[in-house]
Design a protein around this ligand. Sequence first.
Ligand code: ZN
Ligand code: ZN
Length: 190
Amino acid sequence: MRSITTIDLQYAHRFYRFEGEAQYLHGHTGVLTIEVEDSVSINPGVNMVFPCNEIHKTAWDVLQNFDHALILREDDPLLPAILSVYEKQGIKDGHPRNTMKGKSFKTELATAYPDCRLVVTKETMTVEGMIKIVYDLLKDKLNIAKLTFKSGANTASQEYEVVKTIDRCPLCGIALDEEGRCQKCGYRKK
Ligand SMILES: [Zn+2]
Ligand SMILES: [Zn+2]
């Protein structure tokens, strides 16, 4: 069985060196659907695979970096141009009103700069590209069985084989920390 959560992400991007209108900067509301599977332990009493609000929280923690952000490929000449404007304006390293910031991250596929609401990607950020980035960011935190990303007229999805088990709280279903504790209800694994 699966628990499913969706996340809305509003972002701006463009396809650098693409022969079409998408080579111009434009925006989207993208919808990411995360399907989490755990065949081993749907705990009696909890009766859910994974609390959907907890999937949302875990994913939002890193993915909010994409929301109200500009996403550009690392070789896009718009990148230095925009950074130089932000620099001159004094907003490159943050602004007091820029408060909805996520934790910065760096993977092989993407780097987030929350202070200036920018994500720099290795590959063009198509819906397929986004799925690769998201899986990389969340695969150790959630047992992801499927990701779907819809943006405008484009949708891509990818299924994954769930092989590992994540130790979870028998009382509320969320993942336990390294010491076997539940951050939410205080349960401790014996
Ligand atoms: Zn687009
Ligand atoms: Zn708990």
